[in-house]
Design a protein around this ligand. Structure first.
Ligand SMILES: [Zn+2]
Length: 94
């Protein structure tokens, strides 16, 4: 048994939001009210389960942002024209 408890609030599963993933996403996208964001922050730093969800969702959000930036860069580069002239949406029947 482990008797060494870290100082601070113990993870309380009862405080988990009903949908941690949705809450984490809203938190990371700043869609939560400041008090809600603060409450969730206080919770997930003590809750391994929600911390993992926040980390995972954070990676997902960062990847989405990167993908969006990448798309902007590609369409922003005039030299890319012609080189990437792939026919799009050919609806030919056999
Ligand atoms: Zn939690």
């Amino acid at each position: 048994m482990n008797h060494g408890r870290p100082a601070g609030p113990a993870p309380d599963p009862d405080n988990c939001p009903p949908d941690p993933q949705e809450t984490a996403e809203a938190y990371l996208l700043h869609h939560l009210r400041p008090d809600e964001a603060e409450a969730f922050e206080d919770h997930y730093i003590a809750c391994a389960r929600c911390a993992a969800v926040v980390e995972e969702t954070g990676r997902f959000v960062a990847a989405m942002k990167q993908a969006a930036q990448g798309l902007c860069k590609v369409s922003d580069t005039p030299r890319a024209r012609g080189a990437a002239a792939a026919p799009a949406g050919g609806s030919r029947g056999n």
